[in-house]
Design a protein around this ligand. Structure first.
Ligand code: TGC
Ligand code: FAD
Length: 388
């Protein structure tokens, strides 16, 4: 049976429920993701058939109450699920992050009861696929300057503008879209596939997250029913609260990618012989492996503590930024170092390192870039925002 790196015995901190969830998701990733993911990435195709299966294993909305189709579990269970999904591929974790944190979370937190009942159960099963539209062609790190806007036309809203780099856009049934009202206040809207004037072209040619579907959301005089406005939030804090949940999940998720790389490098180093010995017997390779394990262990401890704080509703945004930034950098470095342990073999699709490495270049950029998270910490430490 697979034994993940757990140098400081963090398994002892998990409940039985956490372990059951982990086993279920890990088994599913081994069965349904690992055998097909390399081909999907090479062919630049999102394996859409996995969405329903993700619904079946409870990967969507694990912390959303059962009444709405979620599993009513805690934030550590959510994190564990993200780790296991990203052990398979960041694209699969992205599908889980977007559906849970960026679509179900805002509908649950900012929606009314009708909206919750209409959308959440279908998102939980994967009958609906969701997308989250914040980033625009000219407004990425600075979403507060967005141009997408809507006007009140009496019995409906008229929505205009566009969003770019949107995960799931081409395949989504609904999109939670952030747009300014006539007073310039950011509001959340639910836009449905098929609405007149709404299109979602795919963005091709990515070298990263190739097994994820990315695209634009284009709104050309979209007539939106007024009941599609999320009533319970105003301002940039709405989307940023969603990002807190997604960034937290990413900080767990990338540990899965790092473990996948470390495991493959350790196995290879013990088997591959040069100069008559396993390469694992050379100090330089041991240094890489020892440092990888040290960094994974530190990331596990950091995220465990953050999970406890989030369960207690005490995790503040700058702590989440620190964990996202630290853990993604850790995973990216491990993907690079582990690839080197494999020499030429490391560049092939027979091993997962290159795919994880390329994926992590997106992960270090989306949900707030590496620089932005550093600036968030800097602002928290000094009290001085250095964004402008
Ligand atoms: P600022 O003036 O600082 O704040 C505006 C209002 O928001 C509040 N706030 C937060 N609330 C909750 N959580 C947070 N993390 C918050 N950060 C700020 C703040 O208190 C204020 O509230 P109020 O009531 O006073 O109005 O805003 P700013 O315009 O200066 O921007 C700050 C900055 C740069 C940190 C922020 O805009 C930022 O985080 N930028 C990065 C953008 C980003 O992360 N985009 C991600 C797009 S989604 C995505 O990438 C999905 S990938 C999906 C996948 O996994 O595939
Ligand atoms: P920019 O903001 O133009 O930044 C460019 C560079 O300038 C970066 O290095 C940045 O750190 C730096 N920079 C910017 N401002 C400052 C500053 N004040 N000080 C110092 N340096 C600065 N968005 C969504 O809304 N929904 C999604 O589902 C989604 N999915 C994505 C999927 C993928 C595969 C990718 C790659 C992106 C996705 N995004 C999504 C967009 C993502 O959130 C943005 O790419 C990200 O926020 C950065 O914006 P930008 O690309 O416009 O870069």
């Amino acid at each position: 049976m697979y034994k993940p790196p757990d140098y400081y015995l963090t398994d002892e901190l998990l409940s039985d429920e956490h372990k059951i969830v982990r086993t279920a998701v890990r088994d599913w990733v081994n069965r349904s993701v690992k055998p097909i993911i390399e081909k999907a990435a090479q062919e630049h195709i999102f394996p859409i058939h996995l969405i329903k299966e993700m619904g079946e294993i409870g990967a969507f909305g694990p912390y959303i109450p059962e009444k709405y189709g979620g599993a009513g579990m805690d934030h550590i269970a959510y994190g564990i699920i993200m780790t296991e999904l990203e052990r398979g591929d960041s694209a699969i974790r992205s599908a889980g992050s977007v559906q849970s944190s960026l679509v179900m979370y805002p509908i649950y937190t900012f929606g009314n009861e009708e909206q919750r009942m209409k959308y959440l159960p279908r998102l939980a099963t994967g009958d609906y696929i969701g997308a989250f539209g914040l980033t625009e062609p000219n407004h990425g790190s600075d979403p507060g300057s967005m141009l997408t806007h809507f006007k009140d036309k009496g019995d409906h809203f008229l929505l205009n503008g566009s969003k770019m780099w949107i995960t799931n856009a081409p395949i989504a049934d609904i999109a939670v879209v952030w747009a300014k009202d006539e007073e310039g206040i950011i509001r959340g809207l639910i836009v449905e596939k098929g609405m007149e004037g709404f299109s979602a072209p795919e963005t091709k040619g990515k070298w990263s997250l190739r097994a994820s579907s990315t695209g634009e959301l284009v709104f050309d005089n979209v007539k939106l029913p007024k009941e599609n406005l999320l009533p319970n939030v105003k301002g940039l804090k709405g989307p940023l609260m969603c990002l807190n949940s997604a960034r937290y999940g990413i900080a767990w998720g990338v540990i899965g990618a790092a473990m996948d790389c470390y495991d493959a490098a350790l196995k290879y180093a013990l088997e591959r012989k040069q100069f008559g010995k396993p390469i694992a017997s050379f100090q330089l390779q041991q240094k890489k492996l020892a440092e990888m394990l040290t960094e994974i262990t530190k990331a596990q401890l950091l995220i465990w503590r953050l999970g406890v704080l989030r369960n207690e509703n005490r995790a503040f945004p700058a702590q989440i930024s620190m964990a996202k930034r630290n853990n993604v950098e850790m995973a990216l470095k491990i993907a690079r170092d582990s690839r080197q342990v494999l020499g030429a073999m490391g560049i092939t699709g027979d091993f997962p390192m290159m795919r994880h490495m390329m994926n992590l270049e997106s992960v270090i950029t989306y949900e707030g870039t590496h620089d932005i998270h550093l600036l968030i910490t800097g602002m928290d430490v000094t009290g001085i925002p250095a964004f402008e």
